[in-house]
Design a protein around this ligand. Structure first.
Ligand code: T5A
Length: 221
C-alpha cells in the first residue's frame, strides 16, 4: 500500500467525501457534482463505501446483510478491510492519475456509525485509520445534515428494502447526526455542513460553490 505521506506528494486529483445520515441525499448530489465537473472538463470518478472495488464490494455484502449481527469490533475491522482494498486499488490510482474522486461515505462514517452510534472507542477507530491510510485525508468533506425523521421518510418514499443500519432505532440515528456535527466542528478546515432539507437544486448549487471556493476548481465555464 502507498503510505499517506507518499501519496500526498504524488497526487494531483482532489478527494471529496460526502457524509451524513440515512436518506440525506448523498448519492443524488454526487451524480450532480460529477456532471458539473465533467461539463467543466475536470476528470472525475464517483465511488462509494463500503465498496467501490471488487474486494470491498464483497465485504459490503457481508456488512449490509440484515440477517447478520456482527459485533462492533468485527464490523469495524470489516469496514477498514474494505477501505484498505478500495483505497489501494481504486482511490489512490485515480488521484495519482489526476482524477477528482467523489466518494459516497468514507472514514467519518465509521467514526459516526461504529463510534458515536454503536459506542466503539474513537481512539480504536483512529488507530485503524492510521494503519490503513497513514496521513492521507480527504481534501474536502461535505456533511449533508438532515433531521432523522425527514431522512427516514425519504427512504420510506423511495421504497427499497432496508439494510442492517437503516433498521436501527431512532436514538441510534440521532447519535449519528450529532456525531457528524461534532466531526465537522473539530475539523472545520476539512468539513462543511450543508442543510440537506433544502431542495435538490439549491443543495447542488451550494455544493458547487463550496467545491469551487475551497478547492479552487473552476466549475463555472
Ligand atoms: N456504514 C458505512 C457504516 O456503518 N460504517 C462505515 O464506515 C461506512 C462507510 C451504507 C451503510 O453502511 C453504513 C452506513 C450506511 O447505513 P448505503 O446503501 O450505501 O449504505 O446507503 P447510504 O449511504 O446510507 O445512502 P442512502 O441511499 O440511504 O441515502 P443517500 O445516498 O444519502 O440519499 P439519496 O440520494 O439516495 O436520496 C434518498 C431519497 O431522497 C430523495 C432521493 O430522490 C431518494 O429517493 N432526495 C430528496 N428528496 C427531497 N429533497 C432533497 N433535497 C432530496 N435529495 C434526495
Amino acid at each position: 500500500m502507498l503510505s499517506g505521506a507518499l501519496l500526498k506528494r504524488m497526487e494531483s486529483g482532489k478527494f471529496i467525501t460526502f457524509e451524513g445520515g440515512e436518506g440525506a441525499g448523498k448519492s443524488t448530489q454526487i451524480k450532480l457534482l460529477k456532471t458539473a465537473l465533467e461539463t467543466a472538463n475536470i476528470p472525475v470518478i464517483a465511488t462509494r463505501e463500503p465498496g467501490g472495488s471488487s474486494g470491498a464490494e464483497t465485504i459490503r455484502n457481508l456488512l449490509l446483510n440484515p440477517e447478520k449481527d456482527w459485533d462492533t469490533p468485527t464490523e469495524t475491522l470489516l469496514h477498514f478491510a474494505a477501505r484498505a482494498d478500495h483505497f489501494t486499488t481504486r482511490i489512490a490510482p485515480a488521484l495519482k492519475n489526476g482524477d477528482c474522486v467523489l466518494c459516497d461515505r468514507f472514514a467519518d462514517s465509521t467514526r459516526a456509525y461504529q463510534g458515536y452510534g454503536l459506542g466503539l472507542d474513537i481512539k480504536a477507530i483512529e488507530i485503524l485509520y492510521e494503519l490503513t491510510l497513514g496521513e492521507f485525508k480527504p481534501d474536502l468533506t461535505l456533511i449533508l445534515d438532515i433531521p432523522v425523521q425527514i431522512g427516514t421518510m425519504r427512504l420510506q418514499d423511495r421504497g427499497k428494502a432496508t439494510d442492517r443500519y437503516e433498521q436501527m432505532d431512532s436514538a441510534f440515528h440521532q447519535r449519528l447526526r450529532e456525531g457528524f456535527l461534532d466531526i465537522a466542528k473539530n475539523e472545520p478546515e476539512r468539513c462543511v455542513v450543508i442543510d440537506a432539507t433544502a431542495d435538490i437544486d439549491t443543495i447542488a448549487s451550494i455544493i458547487r460553490n463550496c467545491v469551487a471556493n475551497r478547492l479552487g476548481l473552476s466549475l463555472f465555464k
